[in-house]
Write a protein that binds this ligand. Structure first.
Ligand code: NAD
Ligand code: UGA
Length: 479
C-alpha cells in the first residue's frame, strides 16, 4: 500500500480519542477522523469540554481539530473513505450466555466489522486497537470477507494493542515504551505492518516499534495487563502480612524495587486496583485458559482477582473493626472516587466496593473527588456491576442498593473540608496529589472524636497526622 493518507477510528473513547489525536498531531499530512455512534460523546469531542479528563489532551486536540483531526457520527462515510480503520470499541466482560462473567463480549467489535464490510469499496487495513481475545483476528477476518459485497476488496487485519494508562495517556502516547504491531506472515501482511509502522515512525524510534505475529500481539496485551495487576495483588497480599508482623509494606516494596530484576514500578500497596481493563482482561485470560483445558493456569490468574477482592474487603473490615465494630449512623468522608488520580474515570473503581461495604453497615458517606461529579457517583453506587458498559442489562442483574437507599446514605461535596466536617473518619480512596496538601489541623478540628484516618493509598504523612491527634490506619503499615 502507498503511504496511508486517511485514517478512521471507530470508537471515540478513552483510547480512540487520545490515540487518534496523537497520530493527527504527529502526522499532519494524514486526515484522521474518529467516529462513534454516541452523538453526545462526539459533540463533546467537538466542544471546549472534552468527554474525558486527561492531562494535556485538550492542548493536543485543539492543535489539530478542524485541520487534520475530525470527530463525527457518520461512521459509514468515514470508514468507506479510509485506508486504515482502527477499531477501538469497548470489549467488556460478557453479561449473559456462554462465558458470562468471564469471556470478552465482542458484540461491539463484530458490529463494527459488519459495518466496515458493508460500506467498503476499496481495500483497507483493519487495526485491532481494542483489547481482544487471542485469535479474534481470525474470526473478524471471516466476518469481513463474508459480508463485503465487493470481491476485489481485500482486508488485511493487524493487531496493534494500546498500552496507554489513563491519567498519563498523553505522556504514554508521546513516548511509548513500545508500539506492538502483529500481522500475518505473508507478503500482504508484511506490507500492512510496514504501512502502519510508517505512521508511528513519525515520532516513535524504529527500535521501539515491535513486529510480531497476530496471535503473539493479541496475547501480549492480555498478558501485559495480567502481569501488571499481578504485581499489585502480590504487593497487596504482602501488605496483609506486614500488618500481621509489624513490617512496613513501603519499606519492603522499596527493598524489592531496588533489585534491578524486579524494578520499582507498580509496587504501591493500595485498597485494590480498579479501572475498566485489569479485571476484565484477566477474566478473559482465565476464560481462554479454561477453554483450552488449562485449568491450573486459569486458577493462577484468577487468584490475582481474588486477592484484589480480598484487599477491598479487608479495607472495609479495617474501617469497621477499628471504629468499635460499628459505623451505623456515623459520617465517613470518602476522599477520592476515581479509580486512580488524574482521571475522572470511575469504571471498576475500588471506591464503589468500599462504599457499598460501608453502606451495608449503615454508615453515612460524604464523598469528594476533584474530577467526578455527583450524578456519576450516584449512578455508580446504585447500578449493578458492569452496567456502565452495558446499557441494556440482562434480566435478573443484581442492584446492590436502590437509588433511594443511596440518596438516604450518601452525599457528595465539592469541597474536601465540607466532606470531612463532622465526620468520624476519613478514607483516602484515590491518590490525588491535592490530598497531601490538605490542612489536616483544620480537618481534625472539624471532625468528631476520636478522629480516624484510613489511608487506602499510603499517600499521607502518617506521623504528622498522629501528632495532630488522628488515629491512623494504613495498608501494610505498623500502627
Ligand atoms: P470506551 O467505552 O471509552 O469507548 C468505546 C467507544 O466505542 C464508545 O464511545 C462506544 O460508543 C463506541 N462504540 C461501540 N461500538 C461501536 C460501533 N459499532 N460503532 C461506533 N462506535 C462504537 O472504551 P475505551 O476505554 O476507549 O476502551 C476501548 C478498548 O481499548 C477496550 O477494548 C479496552 O480494553 C482497550 N483499552 C483501554 C484502555 C483504557 O485506558 N481505557 C487502555 C488500553 C486498551
Ligand atoms: C492499565 C495499564 O497500566 C495500561 O498499560 C493498559 O493499557 C490499560 O490498563 C488498559 O489496558 O486499559 P490503567 O488501568 O489506565 O492502565 O491505569 P494503571 O496505572 O495501570 O492503574 C490501574 C489500577 O491499579 C489503578 O486503580 C491504580 O491505582 C492501581 N495501582 C497501580 C495500584 O494499586 N498500585 C500500583 O502500584 C499501581
Amino acid at each position: 500500500m502507498a503511504k496511508p493518507t486517511r485514517i478512521c477510528c471507530i470508537g471515540a473513547g478513552y483510547v480512540g480519542g487520545p490515540t487518534m489525536a496523537m497520530i493527527a498531531l504527529k502526522c499532519p499530512e494524514i486526515i484522521v477522523t474518529v467516529v462513534d455512534l454516541n452523538e453526545s460523546r462526539i459533540n463533546a469531542w467537538n466542544s471546549e469540554t472534552l468527554p474525558i479528563y486527561e492531562p494535556g489532551l485538550f492542548e493536543v486536540v485543539k492543535a489539530c481539530r478542524g485541520k487534520n483531526l475530525f470527530f463525527s457520527t457518520d461512521c459509514r462515510y468515514h470508514v468507506a473513505q479510509a485506508d486504515i480503520v482502527f477499531v477501538s470499541v469497548n470489549t467488556p466482560t460478557k453479561m449473559s450466555g456462554v462465558g458470562a462473567g468471564k469471556a470478552a463480549d465482542l458484540a461491539y467489535w463484530e458490529g463494527a466489522a459488519r459495518m466496515i464490510a458493508s460500506v467498503s469499496t476499496s481495500s483497507k487495513i483493519i487495526v485491532e486497537k481494542s483489547t481482544v481475545p487471542v485469535k479474534t483476528a481470525e474470526a473478524i477476518g471471516k466476518v469481513l470477507r463474508r459480508n463485503c459485497p465487493h470481491p476485489d476488496v481485500q482486508f488485511e487485519i493487524l493487531s496493534n494493542p494500546e498500552f496507554l494508562a489513563e491519567g498519563t495517556a498523553i505522556q504514554d502516547l508521546t513516548n511509548p515504551d513500545r508500539v506492538l504491531i502483529g500481522g500475518k506472515e505473508t507478503e500482504s501482511g508484511r506490507a500492512a505492518v510496514a504501512a502502519l509502522a510508517s505512521v508511528y515512525a513519525h515520532w516513535v524510534p524504529a527500535e521501539r516499534i515491535l513486529c510480531a505475529n497476530l496471535w503473539s500481539a493479541e496475547l501480549s496485551k492480555l498478558t501485559a495487563n495480567a502481569m501488571l495487576a499481578q504485581r499489585i495483588s502480590s504487593v497487596n497480599s504482602i501488605s496483609a502480612l506486614c500488618e500481621a508482623t509489624g513490617a512496613d509494606v513501603q519499606q519492603v516494596a522499596h527493598a524489592l524495587g531496588t533489585d534491578s530484576r524486579i524494578g520499582p514500578k507498580f509496587l504501591n500497596a493500595s485498597v485494590g486496583f480498579g479501572g475498566s481493563c485489569f479485571q476484565k482482561d484477566i477474566l478473559n485470560l482465565v476464560y481462554i485458559c479454561e477453554s483450552v483445558g488449562l485449568k491450573r493456569v486459569a486458577d493462577y490468574w484468577h487468584s490475582v482477582i481474588q486477592i484484589n477482592d480480598y484487599q477491598k474487603h479487608r479495607f472495609v473490615e479495617m474501617v469497621i473493626g477499628s471504629m468499635f465494630n460499628t459505623v451505623s449512623g456515623k459520617k465517613i468522608a470518602i476522599l477520592g472516587f476515581a479509580f486512580k488520580k488524574d482521571t475522572g474515570d470511575t469504571r471498576e473503581t475500588p471506591a464503589i466496593d468500599v462504599c457499598h461495604g460501608l453502606i451495608a453497615d449503615d454508615a453515612r458517606l460524604s464523598i469528594y473527588d476533584p474530577q467526578v461529579q455527583q450524578d456519576q457517583i450516584f449512578r455508580d453506587l446504585s447500578m449493578p456491576k458492569f452496567q456502565w458498559d452495558h446499557p441494556m442489562l440482562p434480566n435478573g442483574a443484581q442492584v446492590p442498593f436502590s437509588s433511594r437507599e443511596i440518596d438516604r446514605t450518601v452525599s457528595v461535596s465539592s469541597d474536601p473540608y465540607k466532606a470531612c466536617a463532622g465526620s468520624h473518619a476519613l478514607c483516602v480512596m484515590t491518590e490525588w496529589d491535592e490530598f497531601k496538601a490538605l490542612d489536616f489541623d483544620r480537618i481534625f478540628a472539624s471532625m468528631s472524636k476520636p478522629a480516624f484516618v484510613f489511608d487506602g493509598r499510603n499517600i499521607l504523612d502518617h506521623e504528622r497526622l498522629r501528632s495532630i491527634g488522628f488515629i491512623v490506619y494504613a495498608l501494610g503499615k505498623p500502627l
